[in-house]
Design a protein around this ligand. Structure first.
Ligand code: ADP
Ligand code: MG
Length: 407
């Protein structure tokens, strides 16, 4: 399917970060019941690290000796991977660090990336423990793809990185308001959606974007991107070699080490910040270049920027998305849509059919960068499902910056 893949090589040692509080609080039980045996049978040596609090994983990967690890795998929701990615990109050696293969096993309530990986494998949709088993299997296969990373600029917070989504309006509100239903698992989003539909509101702001160029989708761009990173990435095979798995090159040591890593205080931000240069974004308080498109509407029900296929386990928001298409799939819904029509959109999204429902209020476009300036002083913006500073925000995609184990 044109997705760049390489085989995990070298004797492999995996760090498996588990958030015991994620989702229904069952991640450790799920590990014991499903994952431990799978990894051991596949001969994958792994070290279990149980996170103790928010930002523990972020601080840990920021300081870790990455030469020890062939893959960092998280078992939680998307929130823990968000921490890991931002920790990696805060390192002085970020360029090397972000090339560490990353994996995800759905253990939380928001498991959008895990659902996306399962979707990319071509298998028919599943949820819950079936999704976990599928992702465990794909992880054991160990094929690595490139994954896009989006840098996000906020008004006064440091730049951050996102692998999944940027949301404002309805979707962001539901995501955060539904956290109190986390113990229901993935159903939390359905409950949250119904609650929010009952008090549907309009969000005012200015939205602008830089359209994706045609060659962003072409195979040629994909190749030139590979050429650029050729000397820095593990050997890339195209088409993918799918007949051997990364456990073949692993030590046959099945031992499981359990380690609780003590926390370290986070360092203050340095002046020369690590991470890739954002070539498309002027400073947030400066006007945008002429080739940007300003959306004529200023009244919205939602804005959703996606870079992977799934918004939640059962929401195929961007059916066309692939891990490294170098595209931000931008959706917005204009104000004036009825609650019933919006519900219909979300129901259709379960099968990724929302774009074919002919909803006049829904707009979909592919972009390289975007800027949103909300007019209201208060509200919710989420990045990968986590709340960030509210206010003007802009983002730019970095094609294939990271590595993801997709199987
Ligand atoms: P969920 O899908 O259930 O929201 P996440 O992976 O998104 O699961 O995790 C939710 C939050 O929990 C994240 O913000 C993460 O930083 C935080 N977290 C990680 N480890 C712990 C812990 N041991 N106790 C409490 N919170 C934690
Ligand atoms: Mg979460």
């Amino acid at each position: 399917n044109g997705v760049l893949m390489s085989q995990m090589s070298r004797p492999c040692q995996m760090m498996l970060l588990v958030n015991p509080q994620s989702g229904k609080g069952q991640a450790l039980t799920l590990y014991n019941n499903h994952i431990q045996r799978m990894l051991n049978e596949a001969g994958i040596k792994h070290t279990l690290v149980i996170t103790e609090r928010q930002n523990h994983a972020r601080e840990m990967v920021k300081e870790a000796d990455l030469s020890q690890w062939d893959a960092l795998v998280i078992m939680s929701g998307d929130g823990l991977l968000y921490e890991v990615i931002n920790g990696l990109l805060e390192r002085p050696d970020w360029e090397e660090a972000i090339r560490t293969p990353l994996g995800i096993l759905p253990g939380g309530s928001g498991n959008a990336l895990a659902a996306s990986i399962h979707h990319y494998s071509g298998a028919s949709p599943v949820t819950s423990e079936e999704l976990l088993v599928s992702c465990g299997f794909l992880l054991c296969k160990g094929l690595v793809s490139h994954m896009d990373m989006v840098s996000v600029h906020l008004c006064s917070s440091p730049r951050l990185f996102s692998f999944l989504s940027l949301a404002w309006g309805f979707v962001a509100d539901v995501d955060i308001e539904s956290e109190k239903y986390r113990h229901f698992g993935a159903v939390r989003f359905t409950i949250g959606t119904l609650v929010r539909l009952a008090s549907l509101r309009v969000y005012k702001g200015r939205l602008a974007y830089l359209p994706a160029t045609k060659d962003h989708n072409s195979e040629e761009a994909l190749r030139s991107n590979t050429m650029l990173c050729k000397d820095r990435v593990p050997p890339v095979t195209l088409p993918a070699v799918r007949d051997s798995s990364f456990h073949n090159s692993c030590h046959s040591n099945n031992s499981l080490k359990v380690r609780r890593v003590e926390s370290t205080p986070s360092r203050s931000a340095t002046k020369a910040l690590p991470g890739p240069h954002d070539s498309l974004l002027p400073p947030l308080d400066q006007p945008l270049p002429d080739d940007w498109v300003v959306v004529p509407e200023e009244d919205f029900v939602l804005m959703l920027a996606m870079y992977q296929s799934h918004l939640a386990e059962d929401l195929l928001a961007a059916p066309e998305a692939t891990p490294d298409d170098g595209v931000i799939h931008l959706f917005y819904v204009r104000a004036g849509i009825s609650p019933t029509a919006l519900l219909r959109l979300f129901l259709a999204m379960e099968k990724g059919a929302h774009l074919t429902t002919n909803c006049q209020h829904l707009v979909y476009t592919k972009v390289q960068a975007l800027r949103l300036e909300p007019y209201s002083p208060k509200g919710i913006i989420t990045v990968d499902g986590e709340v960030v500073e509210y206010g003007p925000v802009q983002a730019e995609v970095h094609r294939g910056l990271s590595r993801l184990i997709t199987g």
